[in-house]
Ligand binder design. Structure first.
Ligand code: ZN
Length: 143
């Protein structure tokens, strides 16, 4: 019985070692990876249309409640751009956009992350997200 457990453990370790590092952004964070692929498609198209040879830096607005994790986004970016020509050494600057909600009843604004959908000023649930859901390319530096 003990010997059997030991063998199972050993084979699990072997499997682990046989596959040390897949892509730094694996299926675990498909959201960030799909955004990165979409950005690269867009940027390659911009480069074609404007006859740019090298994109050096891209600024990306990332809303606080967009559900995208900036660290994963940068990891995926650094991995994916190496597969391209025009973006090969491009740096991704992620600009965090704070989430703000406005209340339709009292007209005041408040931080979305702290208070959610209920207005902290008057208690109304009649609120709308003003900003903080952005996932958009802001500026591009290129040659
Ligand atoms: Zn209110």
């Amino acid at each position: 019985m003990e010997q059997g457990t030991g063998l199972v453990f050993q084979s699990l370790r072997l499997v682990e070692h046989a596959n040390p590092s897949p892509a730094p952004c694996s299926e675990v964070r498909m959201h960030e990876l799909s955004i990165v692929f979409y950005m690269i498609d867009t940027l390659e198209e911009v480069a074609r249309q404007n006859e740019l040879t090298t994109i050096q830096r891209v600024t990306f607005n990332l809303g606080e409640v967009s559900g995208v994790l900036p660290d994963y986004l940068v990891d995926c970016w650094n991995w994916a751009v190496k597969r391209t020509d025009v973006l090969h050494d491009a740096v991704l600057d992620v600009v965090p956009i704070a989430a703000v909600t406005v209340c339709n009843d009292c007209g005041k604004t408040y931080g979305t992350v702290a208070h959610g959908k209920t207005c902290p000023h008057c208690g109304s649930p009649n609120t709308v997200l003003l900003r903080g859901n952005e996932t958009e390319i802001d500026t591009i530096e290129a040659l």
